[in-house]
Design a protein around this ligand. Structure first.
Ligand code: ATP
Ligand code: MG
Length: 284
């Protein structure tokens, strides 16, 4: 195991920006509000009811696990809240903005600026280095080449890969590849990170590594929603939402969130493996 330090961004150089605005009391505005979201796929003569009326609010700084059996609508829901697809009916507000009423250009803009995506299959370009992969989302963001590189280095440092920037994906472990994908998702300073089965292709120890990175990012203030079918992975989040047959059937806080870094360290210790993972946690 390679040591990785997740480093604190310097002042004025924050990859993660706070959510704007608060309601009259002390509670901030939700980052996500969905009301009766319905998604029906039409396949020839057949209608597939993927989402049957999903209403959910997610507040800034939350770390939510969407769980449920295969086919229950988890990815369909993530695609809608990630503005990658349109609902059949229902409303969706992202940071207070009614997504369904935005023009396609504005939607693309809000998606690029506000949302980072991480997928099960890391989706890295195999012929490009970690650095180039992370620079990719900034190509159209109007930054100079120098600024792109500076931000990409910073994001890679944040996920503990500052010493792997010139590696190709084939020269990285599965966990490291997923960390490159997380750095790529962070590089445009989104306030929301969406991850669909981010540990689905990883063994349990590497899953811990990824959950430790996600927990450290959440502690820094980024709102995270992950899809997982694995209760052990969901135990590292703060809230568990269970879907079944296109509906939310339970939504509850995690009573005592486990520390992925502590569990990872315990696994390493019991295996007497070399190395260590130190994630510097900060209060937001
Ligand atoms: N593009 C599509 N066209 C038609 N039907 C679809 C499409 N995408 C998903 N579905 C159907 O919608 C339902 C919900 O699928 P979805 O991918 O959201 O489930 P999931 O909870 O993410 O499952 P998994 O855990 O297997 O990833 C399933 O019945 C699926 O077959
Ligand atoms: Mg899915």
């Amino acid at each position: 195991m390679t040591q990785h330090d997740v480093q604190s961004p310097s002042h004025g150089d924050q990859l993660i920006q706070p959510e704007p605005g608060r309601q009259n009391g002390s509670r901030p505005w939700p980052v996500i509000v969905t009301r009766h979201l319905v998604k029906t796929y039409v396949l020839g003569e057949t209608n597939v009811h993927a989402l049957r009326s999903v209403s959910l609010k997610v507040y800034p700084g939350e770390f939510v696990a969407i769980m449920g059996p295969s086919g229950s609508g988890k990815s369909s829901f993530m695609n809608l809240i990630g503005c990658l697809d349109h609902p059949t009916s229902g409303d969706y507000f992202l940071a207070g903005m009614p997504v369904s009423r935005l023009r396609p250009d504005d939607l693309a803009d809000i998606r690029n600026r506000r949302i980072g995506f991480v997928f099960q299959s890391f989706n890295l370009l195999v012929r490009d280095t970690a650095l180039t992969n992370v620079m990719l989302p900034m190509m159209y963001a109007g930054f100079s080449g120098k600024e792109q590189e500076r931000r990409a280095r910073r994001a890679l440092q944040l996920v503990g890969l500052g010493d792997r920037i010139s590696h190709l994906p084939t020269q990285l472990s599965g966990g490291e590849q997923q960390r490159v994908a997380i750095a790529r998702a962070l590089v445009n300073s989104p306030s929301l990170l969406l991850a669909d089965e981010p540990t689905g292709n990883l063994d349990s120890r590497t899953s811990l590594e990824i959950m430790a990175v996600l927990q450290s990012l959440n502690v820094r203030g980024i709102t995270i929603i992950i899809v997982t079918h694995n209760p052990e992975v969901a135990a590292y989040t703060r809230r568990q939402v269970e879907m079944r047959d296109g509906r939310i059937v339970s939504d509850k806080p995690v009573a005592a969130m486990r520390s992925a870094q502590a569990d990872w360290s315990a696994v390493v210790k019991s295996n007497s493996a070399p190395g260590g993972m130190q994630i510097q946690e900060e209060t937001p």
